[in-house]
Design a protein around this ligand. Structure first.
Ligand SMILES: CC(=O)N[C@H]1[C@@H](OP(=O)(O)OP(=O)(O)OC[C@H]2O[C@@H](n3ccc(=O)[nH]c3=O)[C@H](O)[C@@H]2O)O[C@H](CO)[C@@H](O)[C@@H]1O[C@H](C)C(=O)N[C@@H](C)C(=O)N[C@H](CCC(=O)O)C(=O)O
Ligand SMILES: Nc1ncnc2c1ncn2[C@@H]1O[C@H](COP(=O)(O)OP(=O)(O)OP(=O)(O)O)[C@@H](O)[C@H]1O
Ligand SMILES: N[C@H](CCC[C@H](N)C(=O)O)C(=O)O
Ligand SMILES: [Mg+2]
Length: 489
């Protein structure tokens, strides 16, 4: 493809006949023939690398009008990330025909994974992209971010299409939406799970965090696209706003959940290893056994069912698939039984709302004499305001809470723990070191108790330091829980 063709596709003038060989947002990845995107970032200004990118062979640079570009075509745009995404989307095409995106504070990974499973059970070649990496019919590869950078994202999508994948569900994180990391594709459906506190270090306020999420409905999805929205029937103002935003954009609003009308959750009865759901769809009530516990997993299953229905999977296949869903890695994963017979669950709850949902999911499984013991921390270099709120949730909803470390990054772990303790209660104590904390919880759990190890889910390492001094120590909550339960901690 020539630079001229590319520009013409994006509706821009210019008849440059040089061949475009690739796209890069990092000057260190520029090769001759590359289009370079120079963006102002959180830590450095990409415009400072324009000269180096041109020296490395960039033939065009997408940058703000005020940026200085010499020796290559300056594609000037006040929103360079958006302009770059549009051009790159034209370059990497074609993509899988059926693409859906999921946003929301919690549940994105679960929903893209469940949607992938439902499609696969319906006979489609399906994949998902998100926190767990790129999961295809043949395996899984990590990208390190929930929503990869735009070049990785589009290249992955195009690669999946070449492998014959026709259906992809991807997570649209608020950072990703804000930075135009997933643009330029035609969505078959979009979904919104829920909205609560997280990432205010980046977005500043709940309103701007929500606005970033709403870019999915307002800008990424085209008019007429189905929008599956979870409505817990709890009168949430954010759910109402999401519905109003989708409707105002002319999307086809499909609500699911207790307050939903497309898929209405009529009843939910927790069982030992799953739950029985009664779901109303098109006037008929279906009763089915979902082999996953917790209201939150039922909510995610309904969003996923909504996405599958919206993308043409017959209702009978969708409801049958729900009864055969496999657990999502690190989400209420039953990791071990201690010597007294108490189970330890690993969950990725790392926000106040998620912690509350994970504890609520396990509560029906705690014997009347028993206690729910939760171990958790909060990530360093992330929204500090959520720390006391997580302390408050654990103190209120759990019987015993142990505050420990979760990816301290550049911060002092003791300071993070103290911030959580500031919101905590008398049932809460601090144990430095995640292994020590898990060991303490598992040693303490009696036969009627349940241990919840929250915050890291599928993660395989504990992150210390940042930048040059960053190191990742191997750490897997599931493995550590098993070791401790086996008396090898
Ligand atoms: C705050 C944030 O989102 N940062 C991400 C963002 O960085 P940025 O645009 O601010 O980049 P920057 O480092 O300031 O650099 C600016 C520009 O100069 C370029 N550059 C930089 C250095 C250089 O030598 N040459 C060069 O060309 C960079 O490629 C970039 O385009 O874009 C980078 C490239 O895509 C990401 O790697 C980086 O993720 C950082 C590592 C990160 O930790 N992100 C987390 C917070 C994140 O994005 N999380 C979300 C949400 C998770 C959730 O849902 O809970 C996710 O989607 O994973
Ligand atoms: N629908 C939901 N409602 C409330 N809490 C939920 C819901 N779904 C998941 N959670 C909680 O959030 C945790 C993370 O779930 P999941 O990984 O699916 O979310 P995510 O949105 O992908 O998170 P991230 O922003 O880190 O990518 C779960 O382990 C659970 O504790
Ligand atoms: N995508 C989330 C993951 C948080 C997981 C938790 N273990 C932490 O490190 O805070 C984030 O980057 O905020
Ligand atoms: Mg995720």
């Amino acid at each position: 493809m020539t630079l001229g063709d590319l520009l013409a596709r994006a509706g821009l003038a210019g008849g440059d006949a040089r061949a475009v060989t690739g796209f890069a947002i990092d000057h260190r990845k520029v090769a001759p023939g590359t289009v370079f995107g120079a963006f102002q970032g959180a830590s450095v200004n990409g415009e400072d690398f324009i000269a180096a990118a041109v020296a490395a062979g960039a033939i065009a640079v997408v940058a703000r009008p005020e940026a200085v570009v010499e020796g290559a075509l300056h594609i000037a745009d006040p929103s360079p990330r958006r302009a770059f995404a549009t051009l790159a989307a034209g370059f990497f095409a074609p993509y899988p025909a059926t693409l859906v995106a999921v946003t929301g504070t919690n549940g994105k990974t679960s929903c893209v994974e469940m949607t992938r499973q439902i499609w696969r059970m319906a006979g489609e070649r399906a994949a998902s992209i998100g926190t767990l990496g790129v999961t295809t019919p043949d395996g899984s590869v990590s990208t390190g971010l929930t929503t990869p950078d735009i070049v990785t994202f589009l290249a992955n999508m195009a690669g999946l299409a070449r492998e014959g994948v026709t259906h992809v569900a991807y997570e649209a994180s608020s950072h990703g939406l804000d930075q135009f990391r997933n643009e330029g594709l035609t969505l078959s459906a979009a979904a919104f799970t829920n909205f609560s506190r997280d990432h205010l270090d980046y977005h500043g306020s709940m309103e701007s965090y929500f606005a970033a999420k709403m870019r999915l409905f307002k800008e990424v999805a085209a008019t007429g696209t189905p929008a599956v929205i979870h409505d817990a029937g709890d009168g949430s103002e954010w759910t109402a706003k999401a519905i109003a935003t989708a409707a105002a954009r002319g999307l086809e609003v499909l609500t699911v959940g207790e307050g939903g009308s497309f898929l209405k959750l009529i009843a939910r009865e927790p069982g030992q290893l799953g739950q029985v759901l009664q779901i109303e769809h098109e006037g008929a009530v279906r009763k089915l056994n979902l082999p996953l516990i917790g209201a939150y997993q039922a909510a995610n299953a309904l969003v996923s069912a909504g996405l599958a229905l919206a993308t043409g999977v017959p209702a009978s296949s969708v409801f049958d698939a729900l009864t055969r869903l496999q657990p999502v890695r690190g989400r209420l994963e039953r990791a071990a039984l201690n010597q007294a017979g108490a189970p330890a669950y690993v969950d990725y709850a790392h926000t106040p709302d998620a912690l509350e949902a994970a504890i609520a999911a396990l509560r029906p499984h705690v014997a009347s004499q028993g206690r729910l013991i939760v171990v958790f921390g909060a990530g360093g270099d992330r929204d500090a305001g959520k720390r006391p709120q997580m302390g408050e949730v654990a103190a209120r909803a759990a019987d015993v809470a142990i505050v420990t470390d979760d990816n301290p990054r550049s911060e002092d772990p003791a300071t993070i723990r103290a911030a959580i303790m500031a919101g905590a209660g008398e049932n809460t104590r601090e144990v430095a070191g995640r292994r020590e904390a898990i060991a303490a919880a598992i040693a303490e759990a009696g036969s009627n108790d349940i241990v919840l190890i929250a915050g890291k889910g599928h993660e395989q390492g504990q992150i210390f330091g940042a930048g040059e001094t960053m190191r990742i120590e191997a750490f897997d909550d599931v493995e550590v829980a098993r070791e401790c339960a086996g008396g090898q901690c």
